[in-house]
Design a protein around this ligand. Sequence first.
Ligand code: NAD
Length: 416
Amino acid sequence: MNTSPAMSTFDEVNVFFDRAADRLGMADGVREMLRSPWRELRVTVPVRMDNGEIEVFTGYRIQHNGARGPYKGGVRFHPDADVEEVRALASLMTWKTALVEIPFGGAKGGVQCDPLTMSNGELNRLTRRYTQNIEHLLGVNRDIPAPDLGTNAQTMAWMMDAYGQIHGHTPGIVTGKPVELGGSVGRDSATGRGAIYVTTEMAKDMNMDPAGARIVVQGFGQVGSWAARIAAEQGCTVIAVSDVDGGTFNSQGLDVEALVKLKDEGGSVQNFKGGESISNNDLLELDCDILIPAAIDRVIHADNAPRVKAKVIIEAANHPLTPEADDILNDRGIRIVPDILVNAGGVIVSYFEWTQNLYQHTWDMDRVNDELSKIMTRAFTSVKDRVQAEGVTYREAAFLIGLERVAHVAELRGFI
Ligand code: NAD
């Protein structure tokens, strides 16, 4: 973690936003409208814990921008999920859905809690109370939550059930549900798969053989574990992975399927027999071709950016680099593919899930992965073309495209 963050996460994301707005010559009023969240809800979430005591948590649902369609964004359960972090993540959703051209706006939810220390019963009660407190903002054509850090398909099943108790059975109210409850096949792997599509395209662009690339992945949850699995399936050598407790490293390559099995059995990757233990900080500084941060935000900052040795950073996590780190790495010639492109696979397959729910259809895995690949490739190409045309970074290009699209639609709708 960054030891002394000078700015909030929202301020940091807005550094990237402002650079794009400056380049587009955006008027102050338009800029302010696009930067500011349209609606913010803070809720108190009391939960009876297993020991009989009541604990009171704070939660948020922030709807950043709805110009392009219903609000869409995950729900995070994490001790750092404060209002600034949730705002930042909500705004990233606005630029992400615009960049990949799916018909949603941007939102995010969060509850400040530590799910790792809570029982299933406590998490079920927390999720239900949080859902009851935000349900008046939700709707299949208003705002559709999904999983994020610390939440998963089970959390979405509880949210759907709590919403359904008030409004009747409504599978399309959340995405990332279990398949048996109307979830889409391929949603669990979608974000990691999308990240590896981007990695492959980027490697080709740099004349790097993706099959020979040495990859490091921070975070071995929903996103990181699938990214590592798919990278390994494609012949890449995954030399290190980590979770919150620490990591494991093997210069000859890790057996990723064995690591998945260890995690499924409740183990920590740090204790993996097929590698040597490594700290999360050292992992980020390993000599490798491709570094994929897939855990939490702001893990690469001014202090450690000068020591990062990867040739490419693929931002599978949201906002893993501070603006200072971004500048340092750009100056060092390290390519950075930004979060709003890399991790868009999750919201893209969420869009497919929502569509399937609305039409009561089910798609098979080939169709989901084919359509995902088409949208990711189209988005990557649009960013790459912009990089080449204007000599900007991949992040600048992605923000330029996202901002332009949201501003254009706001104008068409008569907001500005
Ligand atoms: P998750 O909870 O499933 O997994 C998170 C992983 O990160 C776990 O392995 C955890 O142990 C590890 N971790 C937590 N704190 C850490 C720390 N301080 N240092 C190192 N590792 C740590 O979450 P996820 O859904 O995989 O989300 C990971 C990132 O990807 C987040 O930034 C999230 O916003 C982003 N993201 C997720 C999705 C999705 O579909 N789940 C979509 C887009 C973006």
